[in-house]
Design a protein around this ligand. Structure first.
Ligand code: AMP
Length: 120
């Protein structure tokens, strides 16, 4: 599937719509989730146009992948989330309910986050 340049995170990266920016470097941008699921809920996205974890892990350059995951760790540290703990996750595709087709990692922190996954 081709990357959709009109997705909402592409618009944030181009500065067409605002975000609550918490971190930015050459490879990544981090901003607060608009609908937080925890006291701290931040999204980290690569600046490259990758639609999913699958796309990024296949097609991202070594520099993009290294820079991105260093940024995720730095954001979590800068948020003060390391000592008490945090969760990061990425939804990939339909079964995971990925809503925005630009690869992103969620960072959750600030409370006991419970078990890893809801059983149904
Ligand atoms: P996912 O289901 O993993 O694709 O998650 C997409 C996330 O993006 C959701 O948690 C939304 O609340 C969040 N989101 C959607 N639009 C915005 C926006 N304009 N600014 C910040 N977060 C957003």
């Amino acid at each position: 599937m081709a990357y959709d340049p009109e997705n909402i995170f592409a618009k944030i990266l181009r500065g067409e719509i605002p975000c609550d920016n918490v971190y930015e470097d050459d490879t990544a941008l981090a901003f607060k989730d608009i609908n937080p699921q925890a006291p701290t809920h931040v999204l980290v996205i690569p600046k490259g146009t990758y639609e999913s974890m699958d796309d990024f892990s296949k097609n991202g350059t070594e520099a993009e992948i290294t820079g991105f995951f260093r940024a995720v760790g730095k954001v979590a540290r800068d948020l003060g989330a390391v000592e008490a703990g945090y969760r990061f996750l990425a939804n990939n595709g339909a079964d995971a309910h990925q809503e925005v087709p630009h690869f992103h990692v969620h960072i959750f922190a600030g409370r006991d986050l419970g078990g890893m996954i809801k059983r149904v």
